[in-house]
Design a protein around this ligand. Structure first.
Ligand code: DC
Length: 221
């Protein structure tokens, strides 16, 4: 029997991972945060002080790395980098701003795509990312493309950081998000692109719960 895979792609700050996580919980299936995998490899490259322009070194690093995503009932997704829990460490600004080097390297993406397909073949799941509907799981049972106005995506990020008690440089955050959009859309391999058969959800005027409910209804139809 074919394993059920549901994918949620879209730009940074659209709420993909919160929505994918919520939908996975509602359906009682696993959650796969593919951005976390790119982030974990970036963290390892930073720790090893690799030159991010050195693509062969990044590819070698990917081949010598083991990244796992652990779903435990009632707990946040755990991201393991060579067995170490890096779930918090991969959310730093430094990691966020350097992930594009790893994400733009074609042979690193090939390694990531293989890992993601392996994870997707193990059990039913909801995954979120940029290229899941177009490249990783072209035959996914449900493909969603989650979008929102740029200003709203910025505001959500600002609110999220403030809620965590972090100081926010709003102008820098807006610039970083615009930068990430540009890099995501223009990447030669695995760019952010709506799959032809994806269902587009514009969450600009929706709450997270409304988005999750909307996706859930599609899946349960
Ligand atoms: O979703 P996120 O912000 O955690 O993603 C982190 C980075 O990884 C982002 O720069 C885009 C990249 N990414 C990617 O290239 N392909 C994916 N499937 C998921 C994320």
């Amino acid at each position: 029997m074919v394993n059920m895979v549901i994918v949620v792609d879209g730009p940074a700050g659209a709420g993909k991972s919160t929505v994918a996580k919520g939908l996975a919980r509602k359906l009682d299936v696993a959650f796969m945060d593919t951005g976390a995998m790119y982030r974990a490899l970036t963290l390892k490259a930073l720790r090893q002080k690799l030159n991010f322009e050195d693509e062969p070194a990044l590819v070698k690093l990917a081949h010598n790395t083991h990244i796992d995503l652990v779903n435990e009932p009632g707990k946040a997704l755990k991201v393991l980098l060579d067995g170490e829990d890096v779930s918090e460490a991969i959310r730093s600004v430094e990691v966020t701003n350097n992930t594009f080097y790893v994400a733009r390297t074609p042979d690193v993406r090939h390694v990531m795509v293989e890992w993601q397909r392996q994870l997707g073949s193990r059990r039913p799941m909801v995954g979120d990312g940029r290229d899941l509907g177009t490249v990783v799981f072209p035959d996914a049972q449900f493909k969603f493309y989650l979008d929102a106005d740029f200003k709203v995506r910025c505001q959500r990020r600002i609110d999220e950081l403030k809620a965590k008690g972090q100081a926010v440089d709003e102008a820098a955050l807006i610039k970083d998000l615009a930068d990430r959009d540009q890099k995501d859309f223009s990447r030669k391999v695995g760019p952010l692109k709506k799959a032809d058969d994806a269902i587009v959800i514009d969450s600009t005027h929706m709450t997270i719960d409304q988005v999750i409910e909307t996706l859930y209804r599609y899946v349960k139809k």
